[in-house]
Design a protein around this ligand. Structure first.
Ligand code: NAD
Ligand code: KPL
Length: 305
């Protein structure tokens, strides 16, 4: 019997992973917030994945955080701002050899989680897959992509990558996951806040070429200073390529704001500004962007942390 996968967070990515693992016949358990959510989940009869217009429901067993079974393999699929507190609730259940896979975007939450569970192996992920919820316990697979996984502390790949293979989850083990996370963070910092402030799709930023270029120059300086020169390489070119390739899309931060949802700003632009300050690096445009975004979020009644 293979080790069960516990999936923490029944949102977009958590459901996307749980349903594909279950479809491959692997043992999966879904951890929901509390007894009320568990009743709602059980009444729904499982998790539904919509792919190319076709919906399939998988009866993944659900449980609450205080369930007694030990956890050896935990997929953390909460938002960055929820990850640390959600994992803290499960700490007493983690086995001595527990492994956590952290799906959070940005940086900062991974270290916070690792500090909470110092004996567990924490593997970070950076994903270009896309999914969104179109109902409770129901997710639409919107964009095929790739997930890079890596462990900053140990370069050896875990055996459960075979499970991902079996579940047809496109992935690659990365020995430079920190560089990938920083690169993605820089892309998100150069694109997402401007789409919110200019109220536009990603493609709308073609009209703000100079502003984008100035931010890329400051972000590249930051990446160099924090020992991530590879993440700084041709940053502006890649940002421009992504703006063109995703011209018709609204950025994830734009969508959060448009739907009155809390953003992950603290783990993206907020993290970049915090690290720059720690290095005593003066990045005026990045700081100004952060101030403008915070003011905009407050004006909409949204939190800025
Ligand atoms: P989501 O909001 O759809 O799902 C998060 C889920 O976690 C929610 O269902 C929430 O109720 C649950 N949760 C929070 N705290 C919990 C707790 N204590 N116990 C149990 N459940 C709890 O978020 P998402 O879109 O799946 O994003 C997750 C992470 O993946 C984010 O950091 C996001 O940036 C990243 N990401 C998402 C996508 C995507 O397409 N959705 C793509 C790439 C990266
Ligand atoms: O990842 C993105 C997002 O919207 O969060 C892209 C498409 C790269 C824009 O920054």
């Amino acid at each position: 019997m293979s080790t069960p996968w516990h999936v923490l967070g029944a949102g977009s990515l958590g459901t996307l992973w749980a349903t594909r693992l279950a479809r491959a016949g692997l043992p999966v358990r879904l951890i929901v917030r509390d007894a009320m959510r568990l009743r709602s989940y059980n009444a729904a009869g499982g998790l539904t994945l919509v792919e190319q217009g076709h919906a399939s429901t998988y009866s993944v067993p659900g449980e609450t955080p205080d369930s007694p079974q030990p956890i050896r393999r935990l997929l953390v699929a909460c938002k960055a701002y929820d990850a640390e507190s959600a994992v803290a609730l499960l700490a007493p259940r983690l086995a001595a050899d527990a492994e956590l896979i952290l799906l959070q975007n940005g940086l900062g939450s991974q270290d916070a989680v690792a500090a909470r569970v110092p004996h567990a192996r924490c593997i970070s992920a950076s994903s270009t897959e896309g999914a969104f919820r179109d109902g409770d316990w129901r997710v639409v697979f919107a964009g095929h992509g790739y997930t890079w996984l890596g462990d900053v502390a140990h370069p050896v790949a875990p055996i459960w990558l075979d499970d991902l293979q079996a579940a047809k989850i496109p992935h690659e083990w990365s020995t430079d996951i920190l560089t990938r996370l920083w690169r993605k963070l820089a892309l998100n910092c150069a694109i997402n806040p401007l789409t919110v402030l200019h109220n536009c799709r990603n493609g709308g930023l073609q009209a703000h070429h100079c502003e984008v270029a100035t931010l890329c120059a400051e972000l590249a300086e930051l990446l160099q200073r924090c020992g991530q020169p590879a993440a700084a390489d041709n940053l502006q070119q890649e940002v421009e390529r992504v703006i063109l390739a995703t011209a018709a899309n609204y950025s994830s931060m734009y969508q959060d704001v448009a739907n009155q949802r809390r953003t992950e700003i603290s783990y993206l632009l907020g993290h970049a500004c915090k690290v720059a300050a720690r290095h005593q690096l003066n990045l005026p445009h990045l700081n100004q962007l952060q101030q403008r975004l915070v003011a905009h979020l407050h004006s909409l009644g949204l939190p800025s942390d």
